[in-house]
Design a binder for this molecule. Structure first.
Ligand SMILES: Nc1nc2c(ncn2[C@@H]2O[C@H](COP(=O)(O)OP(=O)(O)OP(=O)(O)O)[C@@H](O)[C@H]2O)c(=O)[nH]1
Length: 545
């Protein structure tokens, strides 16, 4: 669980926010290419041009793995659609906007919940002083990872970023930098990714790309000249995106001749194929028929199928260094597929890759069958759903009023809501959920400590006196038009917030950081914030660890 603070005492930690230095940014001249002299051949990029079965034509230097990150609704999924169309991966006007948003809940709510990967092929010709003019356009393999924008799903974002070397940071040309732009920027920055700023929605009448460029400079020290201006709606400026990806983002590192090592990025259960794992091959080669082992469990499996997502599962029989794809290996449950695990050639000796940070459950709620006799059905539905959403924790509990049920831990309130909706829509379960709670730590007179997720579980032992209580806190980022500053400061202090930072991004927008008790924000903080700022506030929080 996250960082706790003594419920009665406030610890001040000075904020760390300022202009970071960007030592990781790739220089154009490093590749010997001229920044402005590139051309691309999107029309030549049809599915027919590429023989998917032969991935050997894509050594790491012909691969780019990138992600699209943004604040909610700034246009990530629409931009992803356009790139898939531009490369002929999906047909133009395929009649299904936000192609990569596959879940019913994603389509209904217009949000991305699960990160999705798609492999595209694109021909590109380098031009410039150092490049021989007669050079033929080269074929590149591009892995695009569409990520969720909402704070609750930032766990998915960090997982996706682990497989990437670069990210398109999409910012709405009218709304400018928002709270999750800041959070996602730092996730990408801390992962050492090359960041390409994309100012999207320039077709809107209120678009002000110059203001956004100035914000990108002042907030993140991103050079305005590097920003691409696009409209994913009208197609304006989109032709610059893939050339920038190819020219600015470095190829994946890794050693083709080393023994196989791959990172398990995600997994889901398919009724026909069993567990399908999304993997990034870091070193070596993976072939159908290979025997692989898991560093986490020591279990060995045979590779039954292997391929790429183009955008549907497309068998290739092999995945080479730097490539991202899927593996079917006879795993019976996604519990065997530990996200962040290293898979390697059976019997070889390799150093496991650094995994992901374990998930942190921020809110807990009880789930009970609406009809008490449906416990087994609910149990089955929860088991099936957690197969595809390993970020939920589940333990059995019982209540005198509601009978047998479950206590589930979620990453946040939207995550909890989405889980309920998916239980009903995808598994036909009818549930009653209890008011969300946050975990507390209690310290007793004998020096022992205990974490309690459910108030009903608080022990009432008269021999043990509670001497201290800790509650979880978060660091909240709030971006608002300047005229709402007073009201927001009042709200945050009423909610026991501690101001860590308060600056102006430009003449119209203020940026604030607060440490807030999680309990104060789980119930209605965001609604209240929206209402006092006429809907203009953007808000994000992270564990205050
Ligand atoms: N005018 C205009 N609208 C756009 C543009 N790009 C996307 N939109 C619209 O903006 C809305 C949000 O777009 P999405 O692509 O779903 O945004 P997202 O960032 O993927 O959102 P999440 O998945 O919720 O994080 C949709 O209604 C799009 O049609 C654009 O360039 N111009």
């Amino acid at each position: 669980m996250g960082s706790f603070r003594r419920a009665s005492k406030i610890f001040f930690r000075s904020p760390k926010f300022g202009s970071p230095s960007y030592t990781h940014r790739l220089s154009w001249t490093q590749f010997g290419w001229n920044r402005h002299a590139f051309c691309s051949h999107s029309r030549q990029n049809s599915r027919d041009n590429v023989n998917f079965a032969d991935l050997s034509q894509f050594p790491p230097e012909r691969i780019r793995n990138f992600s699209i990150i943004a604040h909610v609704d700034h246009g990530k999924s629409t931009l992803a659609d356009r790139l898939l169309e531009l490369t002929g991966t999906i047909k133009r006007g395929h009649g299904q906007p936000q192609y990569l948003d596959k879940l019913q809940v994603e389509r209904e709510r217009g949000i991305t919940v699960k990160a999705q990967t798609a492999t595209m092929f694109h021909k590109h010709k380098f031009q410039g002083a150092d490049v021989i003019d007669a050079q033929e356009p080269l074929n590149f393999l591009l892995n695009l990872i569409d990520t969720p924008g909402h704070v609750d799903f930032s766990y998915e974002v960090s997982r996706s970023l682990a497989a990437c070397q670069g990210a398109l940071l999409v910012v709405d040309a009218a709304q400018g930098v928002q709270a999750q732009t800041v959070a996602n920027f730092y996730l990408a920055f801390e992962s050492n990714l090359t960041i390409i700023p994309v100012i999207n929605k320039i077709d809107q009448p209120t678009a002000d790309p110059d203001r956004v460029k100035a914000q990108l400079k002042s907030m993140f020290d991103l050079d305005p000249i590097d920003a691409l201006l696009t409209s994913a709606k009208t197609g304006q400026g989109l032709e610059q995106v893939l050339p920038a990806v190819i020219e600015r983002i470095p190829p994946p590192p890794g050693n083709c001749s080393s023994p196989l090592r791959m990172l398990l990025l995600d997994s889901y259960y398919d009724e026909y194929k069993g567990v399908i794992c999304h993997v990034a091959v870091v070193d070596g080669t993976l072939r159908k028929g290979d025997k692989i082992s898991s560093a986490a469990t020591g279990q060995a499996y045979e590779v039954l199928d292997v391929g790429i997502m183009h955008p549907e599962l497309t068998p290739t029989g092999v995945l080479l260094t730097g490539q991202v794809g899927y593996v079917v290996s006879g795993m019976r449950s996604t519990k065997e597929a530990r996200v962040g695990d290293t898979l390697y050639q059976h019997r070889s000796i390799v150093e496991p890759l650094p995994g992901f940070k374990p998930v942190k459950h921020m809110v807990f709620s009880g789930l009970y069958p609406a009809d008490g006799s449906d416990f087994e059905a609910l149990n089955h539905a929860i088991e099936r759903l957690t197969c595809n959403d390993a970020s939920v924790s589940v333990t059995k509990e019982s209540s005198t009023a509601l009978g047998l049920g479950f206590r589930c831990g979620f990453l946040g309130l939207l995550h909890m809501d989405v889980f309920h909706q998916r239980l009903e829509q995808e598994h036909g379960a009818h549930v009653i959920s209890t008011v969300p709670t946050v975990p507390y730590i209690f310290e007793y007179s004998d020096g022992s400590k205990e974490q309690v997720q459910n108030p009903a579980a608080l022990p009432s032992n008269p021999k043990k006196r509670v001497t201290a209580t800790w509650e979880p806190t978060v660091i909240a980022t709030i971006i608002i038009p300047s005229e709402y500053v007073g009201a927001v400061i009042t709200l945050c202090s009423e909610r026991r917030g501690e101001q860590l930072e308060y600056t102006f991004m430009d003449s119209q927008r203020a940026f604030m950081k607060y440490r807030l008790p999680l309990r104060e924000i789980v119930v209605d903080f965001y609604n209240e914030l929206k209402s006092i700022t006429s809907g203009y506030a953007s808000f994000d929080y992270e564990d205050s660890e």
